[in-house]
Design a protein around this ligand. Sequence first.
Ligand code: C2E
Ligand code: MG
Ligand code: MG
Length: 619
Amino acid sequence: SSLDSTIAPIKAECGRIEGYLAIRIDITERKIAEAERAAEIEARTRAETLLRDVIEAIPDGIAAFDADDRLILWKDALLATYPKVADAIRKGMSFAEMVHLGVERGQFPQAGTSPARQKAWIEACLRDHNQATRPLLRDLGDGRWIQVRESRSPSGHLVGIRTDITELKRAETLIRKQAECDPLTGLGNRKALIKRLAAAMRARKKDGDCGALFFLDLDNLKQINDTLGHDAGDHLIITLAERLSAYAREGETVARIGGDEFAIVVPRLADMAEAKAYGEDLLATLDAPVRVHGRSIAPRCSIGLALLPEGARTAKEVFKHADIALYQAKARGRGTLCVFDPAMKAELEERRALADDLAVALLADEIDIALQPKIAFKDGHHNGFEALVRWQRDGKPVSPPLMIAVAEENRLIVALGYRVFDLALATIRNLIDAGLSPGSVAVNVAAMQLRQDDFVARVLGLLDKHALPPAALEIEVTEHVLLDGGDDCIARTLAAIRAHGIRVSLDDFGTGYASLTHLKRFPVDCLKVDKSFVRDIGRDPDDAILTRTIITLAHSLGMQAVAEGVESVEQYQFLEEQGCDYAQGYLIARPVTRRDVADYLRGFAAAAPIRTGSRAARP
Ligand code: C2E
Ligand code: MG
Ligand code: MG
């Protein structure tokens, strides 16, 4: 045990020492208490150092408030986070004081500048602080962003952690920018356009003025890509993008919304007349030739125009309107401007419904063909058939040209085409198996079919499937395919088809002004004189001359000539005199169903020939 002794002298009045007083106190308990306190202080210091170490090791800004919301602990990094108030931060300062000071010194741009907005912002800030549930993002006004997470401990302390998320924010902005940017041209993309369009819609709804959305489509990109290569196509797109950007005025947005589609949002215009003038001018501006690989290309564009808001409620609706107008512009002939009109919408919706039904019909095997016979002038014998697609939609036949157009727009034409090939060849196989001589069957094909890489292989595969030689098949391509979409790819496919012994005919010849150059580039076996010329042979001398010229042209190029749409004996006679090779038309027979085709062939063999006065043809 420890003793604490004190000895004190006892003095008399005169000052003389009279004796000594000794006091001894047992201080064992006090010693223990002192040691305990020292240990406690040491432990606390150690804990505090550890806490400091931990806090300093955390890269985030940390601040702790007591139950009365007074600042009791913070880290220097916190001061760096709020440079505008750093000098004023001191222990015991309340959270509310800090926020007020920050707003006053412009530390929080999100708080705005108007007193009302600042007041509301501060209130929200204090509310969030006290509820301390979800993390908050703060813009520090100098390009930095922090995330604030606060939580109150059971002991009443509120600890806030501020993390610098500037890098994350920057990455986010970059990603968002890239997500709205077309990499080839640097223009905005479809997403960016919709955003700008939505903003323009809101503004116009407020002030009652109008704006406009233009959709542009480069008509001949596909052809340029195919003939001059993708570099050339890219160059053309970039040039157009530059022209569009130069044409657009301040506040207008140019975007690339598809491979060959661009758009311009003009947020404000006086009226439709101004919008139209803008579009017409734009067409003229884009027309100037572009030099690519030393060649001069004339870019051809179509434009669809939709005013906004004009009956549309959403940006997407205006987008659709402009799309419909563009579609009409392209249908009317390339290089034109077309204004959206609500009637277009109804028509387009009907076409969409037709496309949907057609897709279903294809899957359900509801597509059929009719077969129209062709006979040879020289002996009146049956020569072959042309397969013509047939479809009953809800019990009513759909017009084949409409159906083909819709199938082409919706990329159904490829599947539809193979179906027709299959049916046509199956029919020929059945007729042969029945002991009849059906001759060949001609199948009409569209440009998109000829662009399929495996087209030739698949057609040969179908011939195989039905055990038929290539000579049993003919392919009909309209003259328009060569004029509109005529490219190297199609030329190669046609050459391959012919190399395999399948004949190729040029359909509707004379309607598209195909020139001799086309015939040289796309060699074929046969020209089909369009029925519009045949129809007027007796009435219009020009048509008679044209028909004669086409037949002569075919022969001089080593091809044969077929006349389609032959309805009268007079027409038949004229064509026969001109040396036409084959005839097809109602005079010989209307298209027959698959079921009736065998009967037709049997009946044909037994029937009397057409009497024309010169030679004989047999209907
Ligand atoms: P096209 O190839 O020129 O076929 C001839 C069209 O004329 C057929 O109409 C036929 O029924 C009709 N026609 C035949 N003889 C006469 C006649 O004496 N007088 C009159 N006024 N018309 C006659 P359809 O079946 O309506 O076919 C129209 C077009 O649809 C075809 O014209 C062809 O371009 C296209 N088409 C038909 N089937 C197919 C197909 O399977 N694939 C593709 N890609 N196109 C097809
Ligand atoms: Mg045809
Ligand atoms: Mg035709």
